[in-house]
Design a protein around this ligand. Structure first.
Ligand SMILES: NC(=O)c1ccc[n+]([C@@H]2O[C@H](COP(=O)([O-])OP(=O)(O)OC[C@H]3O[C@@H](n4cnc5c(N)ncnc54)[C@H](OP(=O)(O)O)[C@@H]3O)[C@@H](O)[C@H]2O)c1
Length: 346
């Protein structure tokens, strides 16, 4: 049986209508994007929204927590450095709309998102104080900056024969990879298992009611991932592969839990101190992120907007959605650009 084009579509595709149709379609698309209203705030009002930010002691997570507080949300900030969390809490109180705010509106708890016992404590806190959660933001992550063979102690020089990695070098590479897996994959996994519970009608297993699924009218999980997950880059072998693992984890989870909106944000370089968290330490090769990176404020604002609109994938800058596709069409071009960006030659 052949596929038949409906007569209305056939008319639009026939000359002279075709040119008009192709001119109007992009305009309609732009109009749709501009006029579209977020649907989530109708179900979860901005004022009083219960937001948990993992990785809020610095960077994007810290900025995002303050932006949420400014618009009236209740926020729980999590990180390992308690002194910094206390600072964030003070800053949040400073930006809070005073009307009707209470001390339970900003919570903080020092916790490691790779540790089950810590996440269970965080879960108990938000359950006790707020009775549940609306939005979980996973911003925590660790950087890794060196070419893989450098991690194994092998220097690769142009025109010279490469040495073999020693047993200690191979072991070191495996251990550093393990630290990257912990910070970029196990952390998001532990967070997901702690806060995403399968939607289970309460009359079946009353004690296992999902925290996010059953307590929010529109549960949302935002994963701050990286463009490196979808566009490969030299010196980012460990970082990119471990971030890619958590990206796929959350994308697959979103199919297993259609009642929760999963948003994966993939920014390029952002201003700040992220490189200090590198599990392999050492040289930063690219241009100064503080001069050339995305602004933390912009990334945080975009994450909040994406959660409001229920977007699934956000690329920053937006054109990088096509950079990703370009890699599959013309990989050598993208590889050359990546080598330039990371000041790498082989
Ligand atoms: N900066 C960039 O150029 C860039 C680019 C693309 C994507 N990203 C992604 O954006 C996210 C945020 O980066 P950022 O620039 O804001 O980095 P950042 O300033 O280093 O912030 C990372 C946050 O994660 C927390 N964290 C790290 N490991 C943790 C753990 N085991 N348990 C709990 N908290 C932990 C840190 O707090 P404690 O140390 O106090 O625990 C800190 O608050 C990361 O996932 C990163 O991969 C960054």
């Amino acid at each position: 049986m052949g596929f038949e084009i409906p007569p209305a579509v056939a008319t639009l595709l026939s000359t002279p209508w075709r040119n008009t149709t192709f001119a109007i379609l992009p305009l309609l698309f732009v109009r749709h994007c501009v006029l579209r209203k977020p649907t989530r705030p109708r179900k979860v009002p901005k004022i009083g929204e219960r937001v948990l930010v993992l990785g809020a002691s610095s960077g994007v997570g810290r900025t995002l927590a303050k932006q949420y507080v400014t618009r009236g949300a209740r926020v729980c900030v999590v990180g390992r450095r308690k002194a910094l969390l206390d600072e964030v809490k003070r800053e949040c109180y400073g930006t809070m709309p005073s009307l009707g705010s209470s001390s339970q509106d900003v919570l903080s708890i020092a916790a490691d998102f790779t540790k089950a016992e810590d996440m269970v404590k965080v879960r108990a806190l938000v359950e006790r104080e707020w009775g549940g959660l609306d939005t979980l933001v996973v911003s925590a992550g660790v950087s890794a900056l060196q070419p893989l063979m450098a991690v194994a102690g092998v220097e690769v020089k142009r025109g010279e024969t490469m040495q073999e990695a020693s047993q200690e070098g191979i072991q070191r590479a495996a251990e550093i990879a393990g630290a990257a897996v912990q910070g970029n994959y196990i952390g998001p996994l532990v967070a997901a298992v702690s806060f995403v519970r399968i939607f289970t009608p309460s009359f079946v297993i009353p004690t296992e009611i999902p925290l996010l699924s059953n307590t929010s009218k529109a549960p949302s999980i935002v994963l701050i991932n990286s463009l490196a997950s979808v566009i490969p880059a030299p010196t980012r072998t460990l970082y990119a592969s471990t971030k890619a693992a958590s990206l796929l984890l959350y994308q697959a989870l979103s199919i297993e839990h259609p009642n929760i909106t999963f948003t994966c944000v993939m920014p390029s370089t952002i201003e700040g101190d992220f490189r200090a968290s590198a599990v392999d330490s050492g040289l930063v090769r690219e241009k100064d992120p503080n001069k050339h990176g995305l602004k933390r404020d912009d990334v945080a604002r975009r994450c909040i907007r994406a959660a409001d609109y229920g977007e699934k994938a956000v690329f920053m800058p937006a054109t990088m959605r096509f950079g990703h596709l370009l890699y599959w069409i013309w990989p050598s071009f993208v590889e050359r650009r990546a080598m330039k960006k990371y000041n790498f030659s082989a």
